[in-house]
Ligand binder design. Sequence first.
Ligand SMILES: NC(=O)C1=CN([C@@H]2O[C@H](COP(=O)(O)OP(=O)(O)OC[C@H]3O[C@@H](n4cnc5c(N)ncnc54)[C@H](OP(=O)(O)O)[C@@H]3O)[C@@H](O)[C@H]2O)C=CC1
Ligand SMILES: O=C(CO)COP(=O)(O)O
Length: 329
Amino acid sequence: MTYQRIAVVGAGAWGAALANVAARAGRSVVLIARDDTAAAAIRAAGASPHLPDVALDPAIAIATGAAAAAEADAVLLVVPAQAHGAVAATLAPVLRPGTPVVACAKGIERGTRRFMTEVIAGSLPAATPAILSGPSFAADVARGLPTAVTLAAVDEAVATALAHSLGTTTLRPYHATDTRGVEIGGAAKNVLAIAVGIVRGRRLGASAQAALTTRGFAELMRFGRAYGARAETLTGLSGLGDLILTCSSRQSRNFSLGVAIGEGLSPAEARHSGLLAEGAFTAPVLVEMARERDVDMPIAGAVAAVLDGRLSVDQAIEALMTRPFRAEH
Ligand SMILES: NC(=O)C1=CN([C@@H]2O[C@H](COP(=O)(O)OP(=O)(O)OC[C@H]3O[C@@H](n4cnc5c(N)ncnc54)[C@H](OP(=O)(O)O)[C@@H]3O)[C@@H](O)[C@H]2O)C=CC1
Ligand SMILES: O=C(CO)COP(=O)(O)O
């Protein structure tokens, strides 16, 4: 089974890339921008202003307003994590019951401490929540470079149908049912990438970067286990895979935020780049949730403390390096 009519809600870098993916897979695609001004700019440029160098497939319809999603067989929700709930709620009056709504953001909702599929279930109780995550830079995906992601829904038939609807010879979606594992991997890796970026910016060396990425992965695994994820999901594309990508490339906005802080910008200055770094929003809530279940996450804790000014970069490094020696596992 395939979902033929796809609505992509959110016309930033990732929304534009996923709209191109769906069009390339032969689907009928509507890309829904935030407002008429944004839609007009996209139509004029033939591209999203957030991904200006990659042309949108001309077959993609550009629209505004939730009503444009009314005919959709499946919806990709591609706005920032903190906007998922509000934007999903606008779709409630128009979607048919049971329509799969795929969260494409990587984060945890602050305040409510909800994962992305929980946010969708809260705003759209009649929809079928799903999640897409994995190592995939929008620019690479939009250009048709080879990439692989995980697409999860609790009902395996839905996950499989979504994967068949979006998969092409350049984007391989692996289907899964562990939605919790997939959403935890995507959310946590952004926070850890900020830490590794700081180490790069401070020029602490490739060995330190590898150590921090690995110990970061241990934190991601501990958090995942405490919140019901399966280990094999966390070692898959949306956990380890995305962590490796995001902790090693300047293409990542989270890693780049860390680099800027490591090079000496204050967190406030570094966050003024205008680029979305989801890890900065997720860090405090990730740390709160870890504490709640007694999960030790010193690297994520250090990122949260640096971002909100409780620790300087040097104090955070010292705190991590002077922790008591312990067994690796
Ligand atoms: N870029 C990437 O490589 C990847 C991104 N992701 C994830 O996708 C999500 C979106 O990222 P990305 O597309 O890159 O971000 P961008 O900043 O490129 O785009 C965000 C889009 O969401 C819109 N938007 C922002 N706030 C709201 C709101 N309150 N209501 C409605 N629309 C809103 C923006 O509109 P406007 O332009 O008007 O502000 C913009 O179109 C993030 O969670 C990210 O982690 C996942 C994989 C890859
Ligand atoms: O999630 C991504 C790649 O998988 C994109 O990373 P950034 O949001 O850090 O740019």
